[in-house]
Design a binder for this molecule. Structure first.
Ligand code: FNR
Length: 185
């Protein structure tokens, strides 16, 4: 099973990207988690530039989403919302409306923030943005990492057994759901 991991953070020491790296290490046999690293290359969505002449980075994102059995998003929370660069990527992947690679795609969400909410607000908004193009977003288990700076070691890697267990449960559920879902063409 191929899963595409998309972190909404562009910074080098991102806790959200570190969560995806931790998920990579927990991956069961036969589960491959590829980390998407081209978020910064995607230009702002412009309907005039979409269609046959869509920017290469947007076309590549669509291809990666289409080729994955499932997508795992790790989102920071910026001002009680999703980072703009992540919403922009979802907007590109949501088109064309009748052929979006997100339609029918199993998706799981997680997130780390420095505040106490642990990205609850951002995850809710990301869920809504993904459900409009008919992605199949898991309801449970929720993985919310509040006060993220407490849960990572000096190398920036996840250092919390409880969160690792939650992550493993999320991956198990995603594998189960993706295995049982007929993906839209
Ligand atoms: C933040 N941060 C933040 N945290 C939070 O809990 N609620 C919030 O609304 C915000 N708002 C916010 C806005 C902006 C512009 C920035 C840059 C940051 C802090 C944020 O959670 C923290 O920087 C995370 O560590 C970002 O995730 P990465 O980059 O570590 O993955």
């Amino acid at each position: 099973m191929k899963v595409l991991g998309i972190s909404g953070s562009l910074r080098q020491g991102s806790h959200n990207t570190a969560l995806l790296r931790a998920a990579q290490r927990l991956a069961p046999e036969g589960f491959e988690l590829e980390l998407y690293d081209e978020l910064e290359l995607i230009p702002p969505y412009n309907e005039d530039r979409d269609g046959h002449s869509a920017p290469a980075a947007a076309t590549r994102l669509r291809e990666l989403v289409a080729g994955a059995d499932a997508v795992l998003f790790a989102t920071p929370e910026y001002n009680s919302s999703i980072p703009g660069q992540l919403k922009n990527a979802v907007d590109w992947a949501s088109r064309p409306p009748l052929g979006s690679p997100l339609a029918g795609k199993p998706v799981a969400l997680l997130g780390a923030s420095s505040g106490r909410g642990g990205t609850a607000l951002a995850q809710q908004q990301l869920r809504e943005a993904l459900e409009f193009p008919r992605a199949v977003v898991l309801d449970e288990p929720q993985v919310l990492v509040p006060e993220a700076y407490l849960h990572f070691d000096e190398r920036g890697e996840l250092a919390d057994e409880g969160i690792r267990a939650e992550l493993a449960e999320l991956i198990d559920t995603l594998v189960h759901v993706a295995g049982g879902v007929t993906l839209a063409a």
